[in-house]
Write a protein that binds this ligand. Structure first.
Ligand SMILES: *[C@@H]1O[C@H](CO)[C@@H](O)[C@H](O)[C@H]1NC(C)=O
Length: 124
């Protein structure tokens, strides 16, 4: 009987641990409230940095959704409407932040997928 109890507790512990792990490293989590605002600031400043560099120049019109996935760092995915200065486009933007790699110049990786445009990928 005692051993059954031990097995049960062990199984419960493992289940909890794996649920925790999949919450940390699993499915993307929709961002809301404070986190959403912070993510929008990240989106805007990332697009500004891109425009200040080799481009292209995109401006955020609306953010339809934003999710975050914890990977090695955090991967934020935005469904947005962007303007390239003359046209608005439906786009997906992924920003992968690994702040500890900043000194190596690879702390930020951004990918922008817009309808009719080539995929833009930059790392800095
Ligand atoms: C914006 O996108 C449109 C359609 O893809 C393109 O024709 C136009 O040249 C772009 N404008 C700029 C400023 O890049």
């Amino acid at each position: 009987m005692q051993s059954m109890k031990v097995i049960f507790v062990l199984a419960l512990t493992l289940a909890t641990a794996s649920a925790l792990r999949s919450r940390l490293f699993g499915a993307p989590k929709p961002l809301e409230g404070e986190e959403l605002e912070t993510a929008k600031v990240l989106l805007t400043s990332t697009l500004e940095e891109l425009a200040a560099g080799e481009g292209p120049k995109y401006e955020v019109i609306t953010v339809t959704s934003a999710t975050r996935k914890v990977v090695s760092g955090s991967l934020d995915t935005f469904v947005v409407e962007l303007s390239n200065g003359s046209e608005n486009k439906d786009c997906k933007v992924q920003i992968w932040s690994q702040p500890w790699l900043k000194p190596l110049g690879t702390g930020t990786n951004v990918k922008i997928y817009c309808q009719d445009d080539e995929v833009v990928e930059r790392t800095w």
